[in-house]
Design a protein around this ligand. Structure first.
Ligand SMILES: [Fe+2]
Length: 197
């Protein structure tokens, strides 16, 4: 049985980057719905309760067809939002540690890295996420798909660019939301995922 996790900060703690209203709706309504529909899918195939969510998503192609898309959408939704909340911290943070060294080695500068990430987030058509994979690749995936479904392991970080994540705060200006989001990124958490493999 999957449950909605508590947020690691108060609902208003990321304002003004993300308002209290958006955080409440996003967590209490959207994320809760993914949890409820994931549980409904697992109840149809009780054997799947033995597997971890990571195992289910990594092996999405071999799941029973009756529940495959429900687990893809709602299991993905649960995993992705669990990670998203932890990728943010009130007041933001400094990018430091091995991750910043390797980003500079690969992209030349943190700004160049952010520019590619922003371009992929702005350019994603419709709903989806932009991910930084453990191999330091930036990929945009539709809907609630995760890099695990592509054989790329657990992502280091992800940005939710579904309209429900920003529309009340930024209206149609997805690029403003993406630019502002860097102000609340939890780099120590992401660096720890990177260095701990
Ligand atoms: Fe979302």
């Amino acid at each position: 049985m999957y449950t909605l996790p508590e947020l690691p900060y108060a609902y208003d703690a990321l304002a003004p980057t993300i308002s209290e209203e958006v955080m409440r709706l996003h967590h209490q309504k959207h994320h809760q719905t993914y949890v409820d529909k994931l549980n409904a899918a697992i109840s149809q195939e009780p054997d799947l309760a033995q597997a971890s969510l990571e195992e289910l998503l990594s092996g999405i192609g071999s799941l029973p067809t009756a529940v495959r898309s429900a687990i893809r959408n709602h299991g993905g939704g649960h995993y992705n939002h669990n990670l998203f909340w932890k990728c943010m911290v009130p007041g933001g943070s400094r990018l430091e540690g091995k991750l910043v060294d390797d980003i500079i080695t690969k992209w030349g500068s943190v700004d160049a890295f952010k520019q590619e990430f922003n371009q992929k987030a702005t350019g994603l058509f419709g709903s989806g996420w932009v991910w930084l994979t453990k191999d330091l690749e930036i990929i945009a995936l539709a809907n609630q798909d995760t890099p695990m479904m592509e054989g790329k392991g657990e992502p280091l970080m992800g940005l939710d660019v579904w309209e429900h994540a920003y529309y009340l705060d930024y209206k149609n200006k997805r690029d403003d939301y993406i630019t502002q989001w860097w102000n609340v990124v939890n780099w120590p958490f992401i660096n720890k995922r990177y260095t701990q493999g």
